[in-house]
Design a protein around this ligand. Structure first.
Ligand code: FRU
Length: 512
């Protein structure tokens, strides 16, 4: 198999399947020095279809080695989303203490059952590997969790709950989360339900996650409950919302302050386009994101990755050989903001592994336009751009403009009249494939700092904005006829102070 990975719109440092369809990241687990990434995969087509778990491994979450498909559909159904853990204490008996099993917990989707009009066509099954995920055996008594009669019953995220010495499964059940527990990954008991009356409910709840996070400064701890939802995201279609609270092994209890901000309206920090919810990423193209399990305690990071598309148009975006990519791996952190405690995300530091040259911009006051690519003599569509900007006088709108010679462009900036960040892809090139693609997406600003810290991670056909140290994040994809190798900073009728800025060329993960 010789892959070139240089087709039009093929991202150069984000994960993409060699060919065929991909959606959610699955089974993310770190084990024996490798980050595993499994993914929803239809190998036979570039549109969604019978789901398999594709597989890849990485030493740094940036460069990936593609491995053979890990899980194939079987008589119980196709293989929907789920998670993986390493059963260190061999609670399941599927491995040994010396060679603990890697266990995948996933949803069986029985399409025939669905067609026959049954409601119980989604169940949870498990499979295990004793050779670092290279080969897999399905458990003989699947499913391990039967369906109580709910159509949407899926995407198990399993973690070891140390305090109670048991496994906890966080499961998406239509409009709420159900928590199950198990001593051995094989027998599961319902603990509690959460969420039917809180948060965003414009669509089905999917792909949840539950973990503890500490604040950096005060060492305060909160439990984070991630709930992906489709549709119902603030800018339309799919999105990742979350809740902060506590978890005692039985119940998730939402933090009162967090709940108050969810209910406060209209509060800029929670409302975009009139939509409820607090979101990990406000852009159109981060979905089904969850975190890695098994990351060593010494590392201390909570590492997250999402799918870089949106169900509004994922099946029709203009790529031919493969469809869609994963967003860049991110580190999640609890931070204090003027709106309350929030989860911030930043690209993992391993992005450095593909750093090329860095060029710095001089501090200056900009009137109208600063042509960054021209000034720095940089001609690339894969880079990491960091800018610190301050208003001169009253706050004016400003944007980073990514463009090509065909005058196609994407704008990433601040809309001063709304006090919100935005990404405008109305002139970004091809959007004929879906009338839901074009448009402007907005996100709240969660900082009162005078200076705006913007970091843009750009890769051929995608931009990820990390603003104010990751307090506001937006991810968007686009399909220009020619790559966007021009970068400008534009201000609307006024001046802008560039306090500092630098642009780093990012190398293709396929170049060596
Ligand atoms: C989310 C999702 C999951 C499901 C999978 C099917 O994008 O709908 O809920 O398990 O995709 O491919």
């Amino acid at each position: 198999q010789t892959e070139t990975f240089n087709e039009q719109h093929r991202l150069q440092f984000h994960f993409t399947p060699p060919s065929g369809w991909m959606n959610d990241p699955n089974g993310m687990v770190y084990h024996n020095g490798e980050y595993h990434l499994f993914y929803q995969h239809n190998p036979d087509s570039t549109v969604w279809g019978p789901m398999h778990w594709g597989h890849a491994v990485s030493k740094d979450m940036i460069s990936w080695e593609h491995l053979p498909i890990a899980l194939y559909p079987d008589s119980l159904g196709t293989i929907f989303s789920g998670s993986a853990v390493v059963d260190m204490n061999n609670t399941s008996g599927l491995g040994t203490k010396e060679n603990p099993a890697m266990v995948a917990i996933y949803t069986y989707h029985d399409a025939e059952g669905e067609r026959a009009g049954r409601d119980d066509f989604q169940t949870q099954g498990i499979a295990f590997s004793l050779d670092n995920g290279r080969s897999w055996t399905k458990y003989k008594n699947n499913p391990v969790l039967k369906n109580p009669g709910t159509r949407d019953f899926r995407d198990p995220k399993v973690m070891w709950y140390e305090e109670g010495q048991k496994w906890i499964m966080t499961l998406a059940v239509k409009d709420h989360i159900s928590f199950y527990s198990s001593p051995n990954l094989l027998n599961w008991k319902l603990e509690s339900d959460f969420g039917a009356n809180v948060g965003a409910h414009g669509g089905v709840w999917e792909c949840p996650d539950l973990f503890k996070l500490k604040t950096q400064d005060t060492d305060e701890e909160k439990w984070v409950l991630i709930v992906n939802i489709n549709p119902g995201a603030p800018n339309g279609g799919s999105g990742t919302q979350y809740f902060l609270g506590s978890f005692d092994g039985n119940n998730f209890v939402i933090d009162p302050q967090f709940e108050a901000s969810l209910n406060a309206k209209p509060v800029i920090a929670t409302t975009v386009n009139g939509q409820e919810g607090i979101w990990l990423d406000y852009g159109r193209d981060e979905y089904a994101g969850v975190s890695w399990s098994g990351v060593p305690e010494e590392d201390g990071r909570r590492l997250f990755m999402g799918w870089m598309s949106n169900w509004d148009y994922a099946n029709v975006v203009p790529t031919e050989k493969w469809r869609s990519a994963m967003a860049i791996a991110r580190k999640l952190e609890l931070v204090n903001t003027p709106a309350g405690m929030r989860v911030a995300s930043m690209p993992v530091k391993e992005l450095q592994n593909i750093y090329g040259t860095t060029k710095k911009l001089e501090a200056q006051t900009i009137s109208n336009v600063l042509d960054i690519s021209d000034k720095l003599s940089i001609n690339t569509s894969t880079y990491d751009l960091q800018l610190r900007l301050e208003p001169v006088g009253t706050q004016n709108s400003f944007a980073v403009e990514l463009s090509n010679a065909k005058n196609q462009k994407v704008l990433v900036g601040l809309d001063a009249s709304r006090g919100q960040y935005y990404i405008d892809r109305t002139k970004s090139g091809d959007h004929s494939f879906s009338d839901k693609f074009s448009g402007i997406q907005y996100a709240p600003r969660l900082s009162n700092d005078k200076a705006f810290d913007l970091r843009l991670v750009v890769d051929v056909a995608s931009v990820e904005l990390f603003a104010d140290s990751g307090k506001t994040v937006m991810t968007a994809i686009f399909f220009p006829d020619e790559e966007f190798t021009k970068v400008k900073l534009v201000t609307e009728n006024g001046q802008l102070k560039l306090v500092s800025g630098q642009m780093t060329d990012l190398k293709s993960i396929y170049s060596s």
